[in-house]
Design a protein around this ligand. Sequence first.
Ligand code: AMP
Length: 626
Amino acid sequence: MAKYSIDLQAGKVKEDDVVSTRGETIVGIDLGTTNSLVAHVRDGRAVAVAGPDGKSVLVPSIVHFQADGMTLVGDAAREQLLTAPERTIYSVKRLLGKSYRDLAQVKDRFGYRIIDEDEDRLVKVAVRDAEGKDRYYSPIELSAQILKSLKTRIEAELNSEVSRAVITVPAYFNDAQRQATRDAGKLAGLDVLRIVNEPTASSLAYGIGLTDEDEGRTIAVYDLGGGTFDVSIMRIEQGIFEVLSTNGDTFLGGDDFDQAIVDFWQRKYDLDIQSSAQRGEVRLVAEAAKRALSRQDSYTAEYHGQQLQLTREEAESHWGPLVEKTLQSCALALKDAKLEKEAIDHVIMVGGSTRIPLVKQQVADFFGREVNNSLDPDQVVALGAAIQADVLAGNQKDVLLLDITPLSLGIETVGGLMDPIIPRNSKVPTKVGRKYTTSVDGQVKLKVAVYQGERDMVADNRKLGEFILENIPPMPAGIPQIEIHFYLDADGILRVKATENRSGTEQSVTIKSQYGISEEEMAMMLLDSLKNAEADMSARGLVEAKTEANNVLLSARKFIRQNEDWLSDNQVSEIQSYTDDLAKAVDGDDKDEINRRMESLNDFTAPLAHEALDRNVAAAMKGKDV
Ligand code: AMP
């Protein structure tokens, strides 16, 4: 029996949960931009599952809405791509977790309508129904359709219900995109036990990271699909996978290789390509030529009775620049990971386009080593997801994938500012401590209010709880040493402990950080923080200026009290006039004005402070025998 326990919130299952699956298979899903697949481990081997016709394991990631409102997914939907493009949604993955603003630059590339009711909200796709009314679908709902179809496929294969899955996402997916993927799973009736990075899954598919290796391994995963390219550099150490860097091009893939052939033929044969249907048709012919050239040296295609010839050499001369672009990304990824090519132990090839001999050879030349391409490049990710699922089901040895916390955790400091103690994307479990002190003389209590979120003001974040540290011995402001520790465990449970070091007084609270918050809300909180980043920064600046100004005011008043015996009436009234001006500025909202007034007060009082110091020293000397 497995001894491990892996986080549920971000994918951890306890051994008890494993037993409670009643032998139910946990499946692995590659939710791709072009194609999606479902896989499971059967008799100790990961296999991708074909449809009832037994033909292909690939399900085109396409959803078509029929006039009657019914949906088609996969091959049946793809058939509608040319005839009803406005009701046939492809590349949904590009929309997941994105706002209209994110997509403004690329929205015209889609054959369907993307809705912009509010620039910063997550996008929706509009599809007109039989009555001419628009219906709106979120990318989460659309992805859920694809996931449902995969669920049906695997249930038919296994002849039993499947309700738990591991789904892969690109390493560069942000929290919003990961949460959206999770939500899509939920909507499809799948409990998503874990979201796994695609390059991690690819490594697992090749068995890398599954065995106890004393020394670590550094891996490059080169993934060239139909429409996207990405490369990830990963470090695997004792079962822990860490993405060191990623690079790529979200609009570079097999489609561009097809287009290069179309362009070549067009020049050579002066092809007549006018309508978008013709364009679609000739591209399919070009794709067939491309695939054939992965196996043979030359190919003759036919397009409307015309013979179109192409040799591998010709094709390669036009593909060269495309491959070169991917290698530049590889170089950048290495640079970001601060590694030389020689540091890479394995190069894993993923995505259908890595079948192209030129790609294989150039990548091998670039890294100066043989590439791993023995598995079907279309299936690698799904197979790895299935292995990860099998690990979670308790069928394999412990493979611990690092988890991260999705939102920052912190406390409220003076002026209602958020002080993040565990920043988002920190690996968990984790423990962080920070020192604080009091802001008022004789302060005997300190309220510790714990918040979650990315905004600068706690009022905009989510309050998780609070407690009061009492019995701080009365001391001047700034003297007590209060240490606050955050302990976040792998299940998202946060324990906050405050200790006053001089007296040893201590207080703590335990909070479930993810409790009662939906993934959608988390995604919204993150989006909010991005949207308000600039406003937040100036709000923080203002609060900080006010806090500092209040301290300066307190010191100035204290200074007058302590030195009234020698300060002239004129000097006192001058200081008072400067402090009045500063106090007025503090009541306002102009940070620069506050800083200016603070400076004027300081300029005036600095020489007086010097004098006070001299007088104090002189007084001290007087009382002493020299
Ligand atoms: P993916 O997004 O990983 O499913 O990759 C699909 C891409 O791989 C498409 O652009 C296909 O044209 C391409 N592809 C599939 N098989 C081959 C092949 N034998 N040779 C070249 N490209 C291929």
